[in-house]
Design a protein around this ligand. Structure first.
Ligand code: NAP
Length: 413
């Protein structure tokens, strides 16, 4: 038995080589992604009870591993070591596709040889809150695989819990299958998971970063439900991309200048100036929708720069639903807009298994485009994250090939 196989060199079926290649982050390299990620040889993890070892074919690129690379706001390696587990390094990658290579004791839901899509959250199925009926993704035991947990999809083998394995739609290439689940299921939960504020026919929805991973999925999900997606962008190229996906229209955020925290309390002139700009943004929204209607849902992930506008613009009894804070976490909320107009500010994090399966099914049936626009070799993990970090990436979702060394494949090489 060989100790190590080259990327794309498939070991005899079921054989687990003791070593594997992985794109690794170490504390001494924390910083911009191009500096932080390096291909290294590490020990191949061994699946324990309820776990599955997956021969990774392709891996999705997501914003969370920009944070891992930077080592802030959370030093993911130190946090894991403090919890008493994990390795002194991080292998990121919170979604991927591959072949089940080995299963631990007690695994019944998948078998060696199954082709799977991997979802990006873990929890303890015997956690007290889950036993009492909590939504698994809201459990105190929940953590993000490939971010808070290591051995993500940026390795020749990925280590997951069995419930993270979903049947791979056969018609998708490995890289398409690895591209959409994290952003797609997150956007799906944001838009469909918080009744009564779920997207319905005729509902206008404001989508920040419409051309991004989340945004490209959100535009399509809103349109599928008969809603009116309005996307915010920062270039004409991205505006065209969003419109092709089904956005009713776009707003170019470069035309506005009221971003960031609200003016100091008591500075009336500054607040009036802020309000004038926020109203102008709202008028642009009306123009795109074609009527003086406010967004029923605002899909937020940009955070500090945009929350004041989101909270102002959202319709009475509507919902601002947020899953991230790309521009910062220290956002201001003018509580008057919240209570007087009875709005909802809802946190949302990834998705439960039902949401994942519904999104996979939408992609499998051709209703939801995985929006894969960038796919490069395994060595490009750092470059991909660097592009995203600099907001220079193409619209939609990005992947790297791992053991599927050529794009377009659906089987083992
Ligand atoms: P992405 O592909 O990079 O898209 C983000 C978009 O945000 C960009 O396309 C950019 O569009 C826009 N943007 C950047 N700076 C902005 C600013 N100052 N103001 C307004 N818009 C700005 O990333 P993504 O995959 O969609 O993820 C977005 C965020 O959501 C990240 O912070 C990520 O960590 C988070 N997220 C969380 C979860 C979860 O489960 N909690 C899941 C997925 C993502 P324009 O420049 O064209 O406006």
């Amino acid at each position: 038995m060989k100790t190590l196989y080259e990327i794309g060199e498939t070991p005899p079926f079921g054989e687990i080589p003791p070593k594997m290649y992985a794109s690794v982050i170490r504390p001494e390299r924390y910083g911009p992604p191009e500096q932080a990620f390096r291909t290294e040889v590490v020990d191949t993890p061994v699946p324990g009870r309820g776990q599955v070892l997956v021969y990774t074919m392709a891996a999705g690129i997501n914003y969370n591993n920009i944070w891992s690379a930077m080592g802030k706001p959370l030093d993911v390696i130190a946090a894991r070591l403090k919890r008493g587990g994990g390795e002194p390094f991080h292998i990121g990658g919170s979604e991927g596709s591959g072949v089940v290579w080995a299963v631990g004791d007690g695994v019944q839901s998948v078998s060696v040889g199954d082709h799977v899509v991997l979802s990006g959250c873990m929890w303890d199925e015997s956690a007290p809150d889950i036993r009492l009926g909590a939504d698994t993704i809201a459990s105190k035991s929940q953590s993000a695989w490939g971010y808070q947990e290591s051995y993500g999809s940026f390795g020749q083998f990925s280590l997951v819990d069995d419930y993270q394995c979903h049947p791979k739609p056969a018609r998708l290439s490995w890289e398409e299958a690895a591209a959409f689940l994290l952003t797609g299921a997150t956007a799906y939960r944001q838009l469909c998971g918080w009744p009564p504020n779920t997207v319905r026919p005729g509902d206008p929805v404001l989508i920040w970063g419409g051309a991004g991973g989340l945004g490209s999925m959100a535009i399509q999900i809103v349109a599928l439900h008969g809603g009116i997606p309005v996307a915010v962008v920062s270039s004409e190229e991205r505006a065209n991309f969003c419109e092709k996906l089904g956005a009713k229209g776009t707003i170019d955020r470069r035309d506005f200048h009221h971003w960031g925290q609200l003016p100091d309390f008591g500075d009336e002139a500054a607040f009036t100036a802020w309000l004038r700009e926020a109203r102008r943004f709202g008028e642009k929204f009306w123009e795109v929708v074609g009527s003086r209607t406010a967004p029923k849902i605002v899909l937020e992930h940009t955070g500090e720069d945009t929350i004041p506008t989101s909270m102002y613009l959202c319709d009475n009894a509507g919902m601002v639903v947020i899953c991230g804070g790309t521009t910062g976490y220290h956002a201001d909320v003018d509580l008057r807009f919240l209570w007087m107009r009875q709005k909802r500010l809802q946190g949302s994090h990834f998705a439960n298994l039902r949401h994942c399966r519904e999104v996979i099914s939408l992609v499998d049936s051709g209703h939801l485009d995985p929006c894969l626009t960038w796919c490069e070799s395994f060595e490009s993990v750092g470059t991909a994250h660097q592009l995203m970090y600099e907001n220079q990436h193409p619209g939609g979702n990005m992947t790297v090939l791992v053991n599927a060394t050529e794009p377009g494949r659906t089987e083992l090489p």
